[in-house]
Write a protein that binds this ligand. Structure first.
Ligand code: 13P
Length: 251
């Protein structure tokens, strides 16, 4: 049985002071007492340690938004997996479309980063998803299939069970436009089928697949009600404590 995961991707928002305010809001909104849902926040690097400290007496987990696949060395501006675990992170977002678009992430770097995260007991939240153009050209299923296969190359089924996938149609990110529950379910089922082909049905059934792209209190219940939607990766609405808490309790 897959446990729901509601994850907030704060993107480049909330330095330590704003992070403290938002986390206080989440505590007030009782986000930390959700029993049937795993809750995760992913602040920017500089707010990770304070978030871990702030949440130490709650079940809310903390994740980073990126990592480098090398252990250490001359990689100015980068942060390694061991640094993240030392800071108290349990998760890390990998291959977000914004990183693919603006920072040159490729299927190959996504794969290296996913492996490095798993090696270091960090749960990788591997992002896949198509642009509007790709959907219009009707190549979205093939594209997401290719992204998924590349991300999991060389990863064993027992490791894969520790990973999370986030399907984030780029056309729905920050646009207010959301995939319909049917569109989300179709793609999630497709991804699960791809995982079953790579591994086996049992493994595929054990991997959580989140939906991301303008998830908000008004649409969360319907999206989360789909059979293969196991949670959400939420951007804008995760910056408002009340909205994020409402999504946590949407089901
Ligand atoms: P929005 O919820 O703001 O559309 O962002 C989705 C996203 O990119 C989460 O990673």
């Amino acid at each position: 049985m897959r446990r729901f995961l509601i994850a907030g991707n704060w993107k480049m928002n909330c330095g330590p002071a704003d992070a403290a305010e938002l986390l206080e809001g989440l505590k007030n909104a009782k986000a930390e007492v959700a029993e049937e849902v795993d809750v995760l926040v992913c602040p920017p690097f500089v707010s990770l340690s304070m978030s871990v400290n702030y949440l130490h007496d709650t079940d809310i987990q903390v994740g980073a938004q990126n990592l480098h696949f090398e252990d250490n060395g001359a990689f100015t501006g980068e942060v390694s997996a061991t640094m993240l675990t030392e800071a108290g992170c349990a998760f890390v977002i990998i291959g977000h479309s914004e990183r693919r678009e603006y920072f040159g992430e490729t299927d190959s770097t996504v794969n290296k980063k996913a492996k490095k995260a798993l090696e270091n007991d960090l749960v990788p939240v591997i992002c896949v998803g198509e642009s509007l153009d790709q959907r219009k050209q009707d190549i979205h299923y093939q594209l997401v299939e290719n992204q998924t296969k590349a991300a999991f190359e060389g990863i064993s089924s027992s490791e894969a069970l520790d990973a999370v996938i986030a399907y984030e149609p780029i056309w729905a990110i920050g646009t207010g436009e959301t995939a319909t529950p049917e569109q989300a379910q179709e793609m999630h089922a497709h991804i699960r089928g791809v995982l079953a082909g790579l591994y086996d049905k049992e493994t595929a059934d054990g991997i959580r697949i989140l939906y991301g792209g303008s998830m908000k209190p008004g649409n969360a219940e319907e999206l989360l009600g789909q059979e293969d939607v196991d949670g959400g990766l939420i951007g804008g609405a995760s910056l408002k404590a009340e909205d994020f808490a409402q999504i946590i309790y949407a089901r």
